[in-house]
Design a protein around this ligand. Structure first.
Ligand SMILES: [Zn+2]
Length: 99
């Protein structure tokens, strides 16, 4: 059996759109076009909204670090917080060595 390739988010989204479109096509062809188009617009709008740093909340111009914080929640972290986290981790590691 071949290894299953993990679908990307975009592929999954297209698949869902196709399913919604196909399902609605039988009942209402107009909705079959309007609903996926509306979802697409929403997605574009959501993507255009600036993401914020998961630690300090400032707007991100570029993501320095994407990781998981406690609770398994994915967050984006700004350069400042990323370097602060690195410092904290290394301080902890150094502290362990000094014990
Ligand atoms: Zn930050």
């Amino acid at each position: 059996m071949g290894r299953r390739r993990k679908a990307t988010a975009g592929e999954t989204y297209l698949f869902v759109l196709l399913l919604i479109g196909a399902g609605l096509w039988k009942t209402s062809p107009g909705l079959a076009i309007a609903v996926p188009a509306g979802l697409f617009v929403l997605l574009v709008l959501a993507a255009s909204i600036r993401s914020k740093c998961g630690v300090c909340g400032q707007e991100l111009r570029r993501v320095a670090y994407g990781g998981t914080l406690g609770g398994g929640k994915r967050v984006k972290i700004c350069p400042d917080c990323a370097s602060e986290m690195r410092r904290r981790i290394s301080r902890k590691a150094v502290g362990r060595l000094m014990d």
